[in-house]
Write a protein that binds this ligand. Sequence first.
Ligand SMILES: [Zn+2]
Length: 95
Amino acid sequence: MFCPTCGTEVNDNAVVCVNCGCKLKNDEPKKSDEIVYILLGVFLGAFGAHNFYIGKNSRAVVQLLLTLLSFGILLFFVQIWAIVEVCMNAKKING
Ligand SMILES: [Zn+2]
């Protein structure tokens, strides 16, 4: 593989580039992931969509069940909860 920063060919298992010293393994979510996460949280947060998206399935199921089992009565509150989560996690995703 090639270093995305300087273009030097580096070992596939290398963690940092030998030429420029930049970190190679990009395990942070991409910017587009963050936007999808925020949109899911804002529009479908009451159904746990944003948590399903980042793999927090247990929390997502809790939100989904709260909304569905209350026949939408708790939807507003779960939605507020979701937006608070999105605000907190979006900062983390941004670094
Ligand atoms: Zn490099």
